[in-house]
Design a protein around this ligand. Structure first.
Ligand SMILES: O=C(O)CCC(=O)C(=O)O
Ligand SMILES: [Fe+2]
Length: 239
């Protein structure tokens, strides 16, 4: 039998070795708080931007990755790093992402978006090799309606949002994205702000840690304008 002092000492050793639940809890709580502050600052600055952290759970992410692999969407060795669908979007994406977007009504502040049917009829999925980025752009205004979703399926990156006038960039804001995060673009975030990903091998997360990039996959959902399929002639490649 230990006496009380010995008991306390032993407990302290165990806590030092393994950490206590309440410390973990405290750390998790603090991390979530920092993350919320980080996100609300960004969203305050970019009107129409809505970020849902960890929107998808591991099960949905695994399901989506499984189907993407199974259907061989990407073949980076042969430069096949994009998959596009017009009209019908694959069922597994309804089951693991789109139904949830509808259920949680991610466009609830925009009835003209949330009431439309189907919510999306255009899908681009991108594959990025580690370090690879995406040129800053505004999704083609003559082609796609308001209300765009970018969902990170695999890998992390910092997505940059830029607002510019004729001469200069007025604001540049980075958002660290992880698998399961959903970014909704409406209004100014969709029509006025560019988004893009720099070519780089590390990104800063919301806690200031440098995170090494691995392969990344994203799903991008949009709704074509009626005239979007014809549209004015453009020399730009559709992004
Ligand atoms: O891949 C991403 O995360 C964003 C892609 C994008 O912005 C686009 O395809 O228009
Ligand atoms: Fe885009």
């Amino acid at each position: 039998m230990f006496n009380n002092d010995e008991n306390t000492q032993n407990l302290n050793v165990i806590v030092e070795l393994f950490g206590s639940d309440s410390e973990d809890e405290l750390e998790r709580h603090q991390k979530a708080k920092n993350q919320n502050i980080y996100l609300s600052n960004i969203q305050k600055n970019i009107s129409g931007l809505n970020i849902y952290k960890n929107f998808l759970d591991t099960k949905s992410l695994n399901n989506i990755n499984f189907h993407i692999n199974n259907q061989n969407w990407f073949d980076p060795v042969n430069n096949i790093n994009q998959k596009v669908y017009f009209g019908d979007i694959p069922q597994f994406l309804y089951e693991n992402l789109i139904d949830e977007l509808i259920l949680r009504n991610v466009f609830k502040n925009n009835l003209h978006i949330s009431d439309r049917f189907p919510l999306f009829d255009h899908l681009i999925s991108n594959f990025y090799a580690p370090g690879e980025g995406l040129t800053h752009h505004i999704d083609l205004p003559h082609k796609f309606q308001d209300g765009i979703v970018i969902c990170s399926i695999k890998g992390t990156c910092e997505m940059e949002f830029r607002l510019k006038n004729e001469q200069e960039y007025l604001q540049v804001i980075g958002v660290f994205l992880e698998p399961g995060d959903v970014v909704c673009l409406t209004g100014e975030a969709r029509w006025k702000w560019e988004h893009g990903i720099r070519n780089k091998t590390y990104d800063k997360d919301f806690g200031g840690n440098m995170i090494k990039r691995t392969e990344r996959i994203s799903i991008n959902l949009r709704k074509l304008k009626d005239e979007g399929l014809i549209g004015p002639p453009t020399t730009e490649e559709d992004s």
